[in-house]
Design a protein around this ligand. Structure first.
Ligand SMILES: Cc1ncc(COP(=O)(O)O)c(C=O)c1O
Length: 399
């Protein structure tokens, strides 16, 4: 007999463009770290929409903010100031090395804004020829044309070309490889402190420091794409705090809204001042509802003890996975920081993800074959232990 869940999945195929491989069941609701499908099956959600729902599903503080702000003012012309936008901007700036913020609606838009900003900065400060960008192999920065142009995947998607010219791909964690592309035409270097989609590859602190030094030496803008790793995911508010060097510009989204679509680009004044009136904009970016939610999310993340808990539970999970690795030969590598963990196993990744679902755990794939664990930042030690138990059980079941 066809289940309600299957009916939704099958009927959806009739109406939705198939740009995703559909999951085997339809989801209905979520609460905290848990999500339920239409049949009522419960899952620990360590995917949370690709590292988005940082405060878990149906977070009461977010729900209250949505209710209150939607009843007050949901949208206005982007040129209007609102208290919501001001309060959110203040929190981002007063708790970072940056001076100004531009709000967008998604990660790709934040990256796009950063690319346009560095292009304009370089054009005005260094000359029109200075427009090249250095990115890295296995990068992922989004799907609009600018962001896609600095994303490794462009090499496998020629059908969308031509992409932005003047983009060079260096080897990640190899500053010499980036240095080899530097010329008077180089406007910016963009990188993810931990590459997410590309396979969960953490940058070495030494590499980040060398890249910072290269940017200082050659007057190149340094952009960190913190869309996935920022806003507490690594156990620090901004990811750069974990790497001993600050960028000039950072792109944010995902965890910033805890599930509500909102993005931001933060920049130091030297760069931000080049985004002048009329040079860039967005209809929805910085709307009162999105910024009120982001303000609530940031306020929760900055509460005393919140980030320490991310560090503590993250370290507990990492150690737990390493213990499973010691007990079985099915885990070949584990890496990551805070609550962004990647696991390589001997089991085919799609098969492993399905088996984990059957045992009550949702996770996601990073790169070609890495299991990505990105639970809500509010996960408790007990829930982390349940996650480890499911992982252990599943690995024992599968070949
Ligand atoms: C590092 C990074 N940058 C940018 C993006 C694009 O974000 P969005 O899907 O919100 O456009 C993603 C999405 O996965 C990402 O992981």
């Amino acid at each position: 007999m066809t289940s309600d869940s299957q009916k939704i999945v099958e009927e959806s195929a009739k109406y939705l463009i198939k740009n995703y491989e559909p999951q085997p069941f339809a989801l209905e609701r979520g609460e905290g770290v848990y999500a339920w499908d239409v049949e009522g099956n419960k899952y620990i959600d360590c995917s949370i929409g690709y590292a988005v729902a940082s405060l878990g599903h149906a977070n009461p503080a977010i729900l209250k903010t949505i209710n209150d702000q939607a009843a007050k003012l949901m949208i206005c012309q982007a040129s209007y100031c609102t208290e919501a936008k001001l309060k959110c901007a203040k929190l981002l700036i007063e708790n970072s090395c940056f001076d100004k913020v531009y709000f967008s609606n998604s990660g790709t838009e934040s990256v796009e804004a950063a690319l346009k900003l560095v292009r304009k900065w370089a054009y005005e400060e260094k000359g029109p020829e200075c427009n090249e960008i250095i990115a890295f192999h296995n990068s992922f920065h989004g799907r609009t044309f600018g962001a896609a142009s600095v994303t490794e995947k462009r090499h496998t998607q020629p059908f969308f070309g031509p992409y932005l010219p003047g983009v060079h791909f260096a080897d990640f964690n190899n500053a010499d490889s980036a240095a080899a592309f530097i010329s008077e035409k180089t406007a910016a270097i963009i990188l993810e402190p931990i590459q997410g989609e590309g396979g969960l590859n953490p940058a070495n602190i030494g590499f980040i420091k060398e890249i910072r030094a290269l940017c200082d030496k050659h007057d190149i803008a340094l952009i960190f794409d913190e869309v996935q790793v920022g806003m507490g995911r690594l156990g620090t508010f901004f990811a750069y705090e974990s790497f001993g060097a600050a960028p000039d510009i950072a792109a944010l989204a995902k965890g910033l809204g805890g599930g509500f679509p909102v993005g931001a680009m933060v920049a130091k004044d030297r760069f931000a001042k080049h985004m002048t009136v009329g040079s860039h904009g967005t209809t929805y970016g910085g709307n009162p509802l999105a910024t009120a939610v982001a303000h609530t999310v940031i306020s929760e993340i900055l509460k005393p003890g919140f980030l320490e808990n991310v560090q503590k539970v993250g370290a507990f999970m990492l150690e737990g996975i390493k213990e499973i690795q010691r007990q079985s030969n099915k885990i070949t590598d584990v890496r990551g920081q805070g609550l962004m963990l990647g696991i390589d196993t001997t089991i085919e990744i799609k098969k492993l993800l399905r088996a984990l679902q059957k045992n009550g755990l949702m996770a996601s794939q990073a790169g070609k074959a890495t299991l990505r664990i990105t639970p809500p930042l509010i996960i408790t030690k007990a829930q982390a232990q349940d996650t480890l138990d499911i992982l252990d059980k599943t690995l024992k079941q599968e070949d």
